[in-house]
Write a protein that binds this ligand. Structure first.
Ligand code: C5P
Length: 218
């Protein structure tokens, strides 16, 4: 897409994993590469949007025309996302940790006993909070990485988090998912859905932004 269909609109995108520190040398993380979120941010910028990309720890260059804010933890990501508002569109592509250590250790945890239990507490659900609190947003879009019952779980999250759209993809398969350059995915909204055939994430991002432009005017 080469038109400037998103000119005059501000888009906030979250991308990548979060790292939840256990102690000064260890963290809980996940396998998100950030590629999909970065590709969506790049695509939205090419279509004229003002884009703020809130990124967890990744190894990716900043897309042209995008303002990037680097964060580490879920709590920091939440702060950065709300600091970027007001905006017109929020796209939560980050793989936010669901749990974080109740109290990170000030010093390196030493090995002593035969087993060790971690005390974890829920992180804030950034996406659900954005959807619930932010009235001015025209579209709130989430991602759902699932290993099974993809459509059912995705539609459940669409309703539970009060989203305008959710993009589901199957992870744990050979082609696609977290560390891959390509992916197959399906977008769900209240009264419709669209499947995207397996393609490079850069192409999928362009197709997804096309759909976002459509839904914006629906
Ligand atoms: O519930 P689940 O983690 O599968 O939902 C995934 C969607 O919710 C993604 O869009 C992700 O960015 C967002 N999310 C969030 N904050 C969390 C957990 C998930 O924004 N703590």
């Amino acid at each position: 897409a080469t038109d400037r269909a998103l000119a005059g609109l501000k888009v906030v995108v979250s991308a990548g994993p979060t790292y939840e520190d256990l102690d000064p040398v260890r963290y809980l993380g996940n396998r998100s590469s950030g590629k999909m979120g970065f590709a969506v941010a790049a695509s939205a910028a090419r279509r004229g949007a003002e884009v703020v990309l809130v990124s967890g720890p990744v190894n990716l260059p900043t897309p042209a025309g995008v303002k990037r804010v680097d964060v580490r933890s879920a709590a920091q990501m939440r702060e950065a996302v709300f600091a970027a508002f007001p905006a017109d569109i929020y796209i939560g592509a980050a793989a936010v940790a669901d749990y974080t250590p109740r109290l990170p250790a000030a010093n390196k945890i030493k090995k002593s006993s035969e087993s060790l239990a971690l005390d974890l507490v829920r992180t804030p659900d950034i996406l659900a909070e954005v959807a619930a609190r932010t009235q001015e947003l025209k579209l709130v879009i989430g991602f759902a990485a699932e290993t099974e019952r993809v459509a059912e779980y995705a539609r459940g999250k669409l309703v539970a988090k009060r989203l305008d759209m959710i993009i589901a993809n199957r992870v744990g398969v050979a082609d696609g998912g977290f560390e891959s350059d390509s992916n197959a995915m399906t977008a769900f909204w209240k009264d419709g859905e669209r499947a995207f055939a397996s393609a490079p994430k850069t192409q999928l991002a362009d197709e997804l932004v096309d759909l976002i432009v459509e839904r914006l005017h629906a």
